[in-house]
Ligand binder design. Structure first.
Ligand code: G6P
Length: 367
């Protein structure tokens, strides 16, 4: 087993470090010319969709939320995202102009599989964003976009998540370019940003950056609750950060879209509550910072994740973690790595078995 972990203490850490390679494999050979053209080998007509339904469970659901944002922004098609256990029982509205997308690492999660059967029954076209080759979903769905993250053993998903998000970026490019909603210039910009991803994640995993996150994680490892905030395309990053922390450290964590904080969670803030805020470069950064000020005014402890070079906003954090600067649309991939490391080092500091967290299964194949 030690050999399989490739010198790392755990599968989870190994898989975190495998991300630059996993992302290379997800993106490699699919990014075409400089105008944002991608080659996904999807056997469906992108002009035939009027709406898209994304269904998934757990971490894959959060990848779907990033997908919603990317597809709506770049391809201007209405997208809804559902947890599969809800979708399958709510008599969903689908028709032949609906594209139903299943997101799944294993391709075997029963709720997701049944949700897709439901969508098919209603006449939807179906597509899987899937890791496991030859899995049940890949056999039943009309088409599959493999994420090529490689085998994931750690129960808490890491590299599959960032590869799923990258796959959605390519899907959004494909839809945007073929449907004419994405200009040559924007296409070129995003293609460049996508190409940069493996390198940016490698940068995020440099020893001094990892050591900084470890230091912060250890400082707050004895907190009984945690709050995660993010906005826009990074609000799912906050959700994923909270999920990761719950799964492996058993610390109660909640996540909110930062602007929603004043409608409830603000009541929880006191000097004992660490609040992890994703505040990397974005259109809405100023608004996020004003949410941070609200937290601090109530004595909450702010762990601020900023883009490299943002010295101006450092004053707003009790602890600051700098992350490689990325195009906003691809930043969820880079930022997710920081969330994984925060959860990982918190759980390790508490002596938890990160590869086999209690009560969780890698793949849930019974209802
Ligand atoms: C389980 C795992 C999660 C995973 C979810 C969906 O709950 O513990 O890590 O996100 O299933 O799995 P899937 O294989 O469909 O992505």
């Amino acid at each position: 087993e030690a050999a399989e972990k490739g010198g790392y203490d755990t599968y989870m850490l190994k898989e975190i470090y495998e991300q630059p390679q996993a992302l290379t494999n997800t993106l490699l050979g699919r990014l075409r010319d400089e105008k944002g053209e991608v080659d996904l080998d999807i056997d469906l007509d992108p002009r035939s969709f009027k709406r898209i339904s994304i269904v998934a469970c757990g971490t894959a659901y959060y990848a779907g939320l990033v997908g919603e944002y990317l597809i709506e922004q770049l391809a201007r098609i209405p997208v809804e995202v559902d947890v599969a256990s809800e979708y399958r029982y709510r008599n969903p509205l689908v028709g032949e102009n609906t594209l139903a997308i299943a997101v799944s690492q294993s391709g075997e999660t029963i709720d997701t599989l049944e949700a897709m059967r439901e969508a098919k029954k209603g006449g939807a076209q179906t597509l899987g964003v899937i890791n496991a080759k030859g899995s049940s979903m890949t056999r039943e769905l009309d088409s599959t976009l493999y994420i090529h993250a490689g085998p994931e053993i750690g129960v808490a998903s890491t590299k599959a998540y960032t590869s799923m998000v990258s796959a959605f970026l390519m899907l959004a490019l494909w839809l945007g370019r073929t449907r004419g909603t994405l200009s040559d210039k924007e296409g070129a910009e995003l293609l460049h940003a996508a190409r940069e991803l493996p390198r940016l994640v490698e940068e995020a995993l440099k020893p001094e950056r990892v050591a900084r996150i470890k230091e912060v994680a250890e400082k707050y490892a004895h907190a009984s609750d945690y709050l995660f905030l993010g906005r826009g395309v990074n609000s799912p990053t906050a959700f994923e950060g909270a999920l990761k922390l719950k799964e492996i450290s058993y610390i109660h964590a909640e996540a909110y879209a930062a602007g929603e904080m004043k409608h409830g969670p603000i009541a929880l803030i006191d000097e004992k509550l660490p609040v992890a805020v994703i505040a990397t470069e974005s259109r809405l950064l100023e608004k996020t910072i004003s949410n941070v000020q609200e937290v601090r005014a109530r004595a909450g402890k702010v762990i601020l994740f900023l883009s490299d070079g943002d010295e101006e906003n450092a004053q707003h954090g009790d602890d600051v973690v700098y992350l490689p600067r990325a195009h906003e649309m691809v930043s969820p991939v880079v930022n997710a790595v920081a969330m994984q490391l925060l959860a990982y080092f918190t759980a390790s500091a508490l002596g938890k078995d990160v590869d086999k967290p209690r009560n969780l299964a890698k793949s849930v194949t019974v209802e």
